[in-house]
Design a protein around this ligand. Sequence first.
Ligand SMILES: [Zn+2]
Length: 149
Amino acid sequence: MVQFVADVMVGKLARWLRVLGFDVAYSNTFEDDEIIRIGDSENRIILTRDVPLAARRAWPRSLLIESVNYKEQVRQVLRTFQLTEFNVFSRCLECNTPLDRVDKEAVFEKVAPFIYLTHDRFAMCPSCGRVYWRGTHAEKMLARIEMLR
Ligand SMILES: [Zn+2]
């Protein structure tokens, strides 16, 4: 499975790739040297809008993102790497950790009562503790993913 490291200019792209289940290292404090180091040591493809940064690791070790529009950016990545299989909502959007499915009882104290009562499927990030559920927000994101294909 292809893995990425994203530069600070493509944070929204990084988030959307995580929604689709892809492993994307990203922080809004990453500097160029750190991105290069992570790319090399963790065998990740660098996603960047910065021409000099992209030039430091030639294709296919980096991909220069062409558009400023995140939908176009997602399309470019999916098209370039011919990615058609997605594992949506399997990864924490905040810290990139694969989510664990958890029993409803386990999130009783972690979500609002309305959410608890109206949803049955929950997942939790074992790293940062964030809880995810398949709600209207998730459905809207899925609808937008369909538009991206
Ligand atoms: Zn997390």
